[in-house]
Design a protein around this ligand. Structure first.
Ligand code: IVH
Length: 698
């Protein structure tokens, strides 16, 4: 056995070293040791501590997960009250807030130019994301973590130290700050405990698997975790902490501003509000709020707004507090992204490939700023797993441009009248027995002549990004189908204007225009035709890749799986899907019929020539997503290719740039995750050396 003093010294050394590694890993995201190396040191410490219980330090990493606590959490009165925030729901209210503050401070006039006034007044602001978690107060005595207390009613909270200790981003000992300001004897740090979205989703998956009710949102899940009696359980929940204020220790007075406090908190070992920023004008603040709202869907933590704080401590003091709300801070709130509503019935949709998908028909509810009535329920397995029943009160979620989702039922709201979903045995449109496809949870209607399936397909075929037949939208297709004018795609080309003009609400002109648009579409390029045929897994870009390689539909019909899979941008799954489509008799008949009615099924020599061999984007792989301000995605793709770049359909490790427009969804999230360079529309123009036209985004 090691001499006692050596053991103590080694314990000290190990604690310091392990805490440093933990800080580098959890706070800085920059580990310098692998998991196995960490574990070895940790086990050494555990063994030494087992022999020398008297040397176990409070800030030892072995002490993060302690004993269970008794049945309640002791109440603790906060040294200074934990305040809440007044809300601004629009940019106008934000400006109003600044004008009121300027008036109170005796600066500027109430009706002047608000941006100029704040510069002139020297008022600076800090913006931070408003994390949707739980406010927590952490106390450090002589640099060591001693207590964590919930906000409670703002005056008194509950002692949840045992669980907060398990959060690895919270230092058990403060680090020595670099710049002069020493650590006061008593430090109180306030911030938000939260659960990441990915952590939340995993947790809910686990709960579904265990037959437990799902948590409504990450906030509730975090709250539930913090109120666990057993810290071992809390330790399994991937909670995080962002510090957003320093209270009651004297350090903040010395630091002089909120931004300086945040910098100090970073130095002593905390993660502070991510991407907080200092601004000189309220217009800059407003722009930043809009930016956070755009970023919101791609973040891995829920935010419900942006907190705006006056930076200077003296100005904060002068503005003071009304009731519970400081005048010097305000929350710019976003629309909530979850809501509850009643699920009236589970209906079934037939897709253009024959897919049979259940969807929720719900009482209308506003989520994320839009009214939602329907949500995809994916498949029977998902419905059963989540135990969603017709008549349930359900939690609905919608973030950014993401399609509404049913997170799960509110089990407590059930009264016994709810009905379980019954898997259909036949297609609701044509009555054909439905089939499961190999390896798939998806049911399909196998009938190539199924009316609903063809209706969906025709709608897609005529759509703007496919054959672009103006005037042939969902309504018109349904109407023509009901009148017996069209059943399958080739029928579109057989409709005569007199037949349309005979329908109510159609005049001769609109009928002639529509038939002319149909006629024009016969000359669309092969990629659009391919995309319009609705082949599974063939998106716009894959259609371009296929058209470019095979140059005619006939050539594609004869291609082998290997030949298709060899096309750049086309993988095995796509190749098999295209091949299976091409081998299907009904599809071959469809192609023959299209050719018979005069639809062009090959490329002209000069079409889809491919990327130029020189230009600023040679060798670069570019993905385009979202809605751009001055051009369609196809046009942007042409611009990229004219300048030597290659356009790809999905973001991967080899993507050089993602050009992201408005409502960029999962591709932007993927790019941020992979660290891919994201370009605005403006930046794309600049890179290729073209003048930036009015209306370009960014
Ligand atoms: S500051 C005096 N900063 O929002 C200011 N709060 O409605 C007090 N919150 O209870 C809070 N992110 O739970 C502040 N960056 C942030 C925040 C934040 C989230 C929460 C916090 C607070 C509530 C106020």
């Amino acid at each position: 056995m090691a001499p006692v003093t050596d053991a103590r010294a080694r314990i000290d050394e190990l604690v310091e070293e392990l805490n440093e590694h933990s800080y580098r890993y959890h706070v800085l995201d920059a580990p310098i040791i692998d998991d196995a190396g960490y574990d070895a040191l940790f086990r050494e410490l555990q063994a030494l501590e087992a022999e020398h219980a008297e040397y176990v330090r409070e800030d030892s990493p072995t002490q993060r997960v302690g004993e269970k606590v008794g049945g309640q959490f002791p109440p603790i009165t906060h040294r200074s009250p934990m305040l809440s925030l007044a809300n601004a729901r629009s940019l106008d209210e934000l400006v109003g807030w600044q004008l009121r503050n300027l008036r109170l401070l005796g600066l500027g006039t109430a009706d002047g130019d608000h941006a100029a006034e704040s510069v002139q007044a020297g008022l600076t602001y800090v913006t931070e994301p408003k994390i949707d978690g739980l406010a927590m107060s952490l106390t450090y005595e002589r640099g060591t973590f001693v207590r964590a207390v919930t906000r409670g009613d703002g005056v008194t909270g509950e002692d949840v130290t045992h669980n907060i200790r398990t959060i690895r981003t919270i230092p058990m000992r403060l680090r020595a700050p670099e710049g002069g300001t020493p650590i006061p004897d008593h430090v109180e740090v306030r911030g938000e405990v939260f659960l990441s979205r990915s952590g939340f989703e995993q947790l809910n998956e686990q709960r579904i698997a265990d037959g437990l009710p799902v948590f409504m949102n990450p906030r509730n899940a975090a709250a539930g975790s913090i109120r666990q009696l057993d810290p071992a359980l809390a330790a399994t929940r991937p909670l995080g902490f962002f510090a957003y204020s320093l209270a009651g220790g004297g350090a903040e007075a010395q630091l002089g501003s909120h931004s300086a406090s945040m910098a100090w908190l970073g130095e002593v070992g905390f993660r502070t509000s991510p991407d907080h920023q200092v601004h000189d004008t309220i217009d800059e603040v407003a722009a930043r709020c809009a930016e956070w709202e755009r970023r919101r869907p791609s973040l891995d933590f829920d935010i419900d707004g942006v907190v705006v704080k006056v930076d200077d401590n003296d100005v904060q003091e002068e503005l003071g507090v009304v009731g519970r709300d400081p005048r010097w801070a305000i929350a710019f709130k976003f629309a909530p992204t979850t809501a509850t509503t009643k699920l009236i019935s589970i209906e079934i949709a037939v897709g253009r490939t024959g897919s049979i998908t259940p969807y929720a028909n719900m009482e209308p509810v506003e989520v994320g700023g839009v009214m939602v009535r329907q949500a995809n329920l994916h498949n029977a397995y998902d419905i059963e797993r989540k135990d969603i029943r017709a008549g349930d009160v359900v939690i609905v979620q919608r973030a950014g441009d993401v399609i509404p989702q049913v997170v799960g039922p509110v089990v407590d709201a059930r009264d016994g009248t709810e009905r379980r979903y019954e898997v259909p045995t036949e297609c609701p449109s044509c009555g054909t027995p439905v089939q499961y496809e190999a390896d798939e949870a998806i049911l399909r209607c196998p009938n190539a002549r199924c009316p609903e399936r063809n209706l969906r397909l025709m709608e897609h075929f005529a759509g703007r990004t496919a054959m672009d037949i103006d005037g042939l939208g969902e309504k018109a297709v349904r109407r023509f189908s009901a009148e017996g004018l069209v059943g399958r795609i080739p029928d579109i080309y057989r409709v005569e204007w007199e037949q349309i003009a005979a329908l109510e609400r159609y005049g001769e002109t609109s009928a002639r225009n529509l038939v002319a648009a149909i006629e024009t579409s016969k000359q669309q390029t092969l990629d659009r035709l391919l995309f319009g045929l609705g082949i599974r897994h063939v998106g716009e870009q894959v259609a371009v890749d296929l058209a470019r390689r095979f140059r005619s539909l006939d050539a594609l019909l004869e291609a082998t799986v290997e030949e298709i899979a060899a096309v750049p941008g086309v993988g095995q799954v796509i190749a098999e899907s295209v091949h299976a489509w091409a081998q299907d008799d009904a599809n071959r008949e469809l192609v023959r019929d299209l050719q018979a009615v005069g639809v062009r099924t090959e490329l002209a020599d000069d079409e889809l020539a491919g990327p130029a061999t020189e230009g600023p984007l040679v060798g670069k792989s570019v993905v385009i997503t979202g809605t751009l301000g001055t051009m369609s995605r196809t046009e942007a793709g042409n611009l990229v290719e004219r300048n030597g770049g290659r356009v790809a359909g999905s973001v991967s490790g080899t993507t050089d740039f993602l050009v992201a427009g408005d409502k960029a969804g999962s591709k932007l999230a993927k790019a941020e995750q992979l660290g891919t360079t994201v370009l605005t529309e403006r930046a794309l123009y600049e890179i290729v050396g073209e003048d930036v036209p009015e209306g370009a985004l960014g």
